[in-house]
Design a binder for this molecule. Structure first.
Ligand SMILES: Cc1cc2nc3c(=O)[nH]c(=O)nc-3n(C[C@H](O)[C@H](O)[C@H](O)COP(=O)(O)OP(=O)(O)OC[C@H]3O[C@@H](n4cnc5c(N)ncnc54)[C@H](O)[C@@H]3O)c2cc1C
Length: 420
């Protein structure tokens, strides 16, 4: 694989750079690249405005076919776009779930009416989506979903509880995996419903995380309603549609997130150089190892993404997920070791000095638009350390990825099931 830009790639890169140079200014530049994974409550309103600026320039939904308002961009072009956004410290995207998960699922499985209704507002950044899969007893074992949906005339009535629903508190719609037939084997009785969040019968309760922010939530459906036509795929075929969405989750949607890792590592290396820890031989080896592994990760991700338009994730996607999740968790540990003893000190204590200086390098931090108000601000390294714990869980935990690799790549015997 030749990873150098071809002339047409260079031209595309120049176009992206020009757009970012001219539009990533003012309040958008002030965000300093924040608002990515694990930091989603930060500057939400500003990032929503950024989404609309991107949309007006035609820079949302790059990989969608042009007939649905996308650019039909190749994987290489998408990589270039994400690389340039990471380089320019563009704000974290607010519409990752709609653009990266639901959109591609609707393009594959939706009816023409569903595509016409739901794709344009995702592209324009005017409707936000969340993913209603996990339940208290259905995470890795997703087929155990118990949330029920029952037809009442021309509407589905949904009752049950979801959990860990990222961004539900900021979403207009949720794609909900529901049980529509309790009398057939459990994978077969599921359907994939599109449910409006702003209605009686939907209650969202934020969950406070280790980082003291609340990116995810419990969601309670108590007689929530959605039109009969808002089922994606056939009734009872929700398992297949849900797996297709997961394949997208483990593929292209993760790319933008990974590309910000390089900037984080640069920041850690710069800090180690500034505070002298870079002269410690063991620390130097760890920094060099992180750099080398980041390069390996990029090449492997590109290789795995070469097949990302398939509906079922390939085993390479499991290898990539296991690799990046574990790498980033280790990077968080490295970041704190670079900080040394001050890693355990909270930079902001409003009760003492009222300061909002929460960043390692002294740049201005805090909640730009008030949406991320909480008792204190963690600095970037502390956030990475704490939030990266979750990255070996969501999108399929490390153990689940190892099972997939063991069974589907190495041909090991399947894990025993149903043993009493
Ligand atoms: C930050 C974050 C955001 C999330 N966002 C969403 C969201 O927007 N929407 C949504 O629906 N869900 C979301 N999730 C939920 C996520 O998909 C689940 O946490 C994940 O699938 C694991 O399920 P669980 O938490 O129920 O753990 P469990 O499945 O109960 O697993 C507990 C432990 O047992 C291990 N384990 C389970 N089964 C096996 C097995 N067969 N073999 C070996 N080990 C096993 C797991 O690896 C894990 O270590 C999010 C989670 C996090 C952390």
């Amino acid at each position: 694989m030749d990873l150098r830009d071809r002339p047409e790639d260079s031209a595309f890169r120049a176009e992206v750079r020009h757009f970012l140079d001219t539009h990533l200014v003012g309040e958008f530049a002030e965000l300093g690249g924040r608002g990515g994974s694990g930091d989603e409550t930060f500057g939400f309103e500003t990032r929503l405005r950024w989404e609309k600026v991107l949309a007006q320039g035609g820079w949302t939904c790059l990989g969608w076919p042009t007939e649905y308002g996308g650019r039909g961009a190749s994987m290489t072009e998408q990589v270039i776009f994400y690389e340039e956004c990471a380089r320019a410290a563009a704000p974290g995207r607010v519409s990752v779930v709609g653009e990266g998960l639901l959109g591609p699922t609707l393009i594959h499985y939706g009816t023409d009416a569903q595509k016409a209704r739901f794709l344009p507002p995702i592209r324009e950044g005017s409707e936000m989506w969340c993913q209603g899969y996990s339940e208290p007893d259905a995470g890795s074992d997703l087929a155990n979903v118990k949330t029920r949906a029952v037809l009442d005339g021309d509407e589905w009535v949904v009752t049950g509880q979801k959990v860990w629903t990222s961004l539900a508190h900021q979403s207009d719609w949720c794609f909900v995996l529901c049980r529509t037939d309790p009398d057939v084997p459990r994978h077969k009785g599921l359907s994939y419903l599109l449910v409006p969040m702003h209605q009686e019968g939907v209650e969202v309760r934020p969950i406070t995380q280790l980082t003291k922010t609340s990116e995810f939530n419990e969601v309670f459906f108590d007689g929530a309603r959605t039109p009969r036509d808002n089922v994606v795929g056939a009734v009872g075929d929700g398992w297949r549609v849900a797996l297709a969405t997961l394949a997208f989750e483990r593929g292209a949607a993760l790319l933008g997130h990974q590309l910000s890792f390089g900037r984080e590592l640069d920041h850690i290396i710069a800090t180690a150089q500034k505070n002298g820890r870079a002269s410690d031989p063991v620390m130097r080896q760890r920094l060099a190892r992180a750099h080398a592994e980041l390069c390996i990760m990029r090449y492997n991700t590109l290789r795995s993404l070469a097949g990302v338009d398939r509906e079922v994730a390939r085993p390479e996607a499991s290898i990539a997920k296991l690799y990046w999740g574990t790498w980033h968790r280790r990077l968080g540990e490295l970041a704190l070791d670079v900080l040394g003893p001050s890693a355990v000190v909270l930079d902001v204590d409003p009760d003492v000095d009222g300061s909002v200086d929460g960043s390692v390098d002294g740049s201005v931090d805090g909640s730009v638009d008030g949406s991320g108000s909480h008792a204190y601000e963690l600095n970037e390294f502390q956030r990475t350390f704490l939030f990266s714990r979750s990255e070996t869980i969501y999108g399929g935990s490390n153990q689940i990825q190892r099972n997939i690799i063991g069974e589907r790549v190495l041909g090991l015997p399947p894990e025993p099931k149903g043993v009493a």
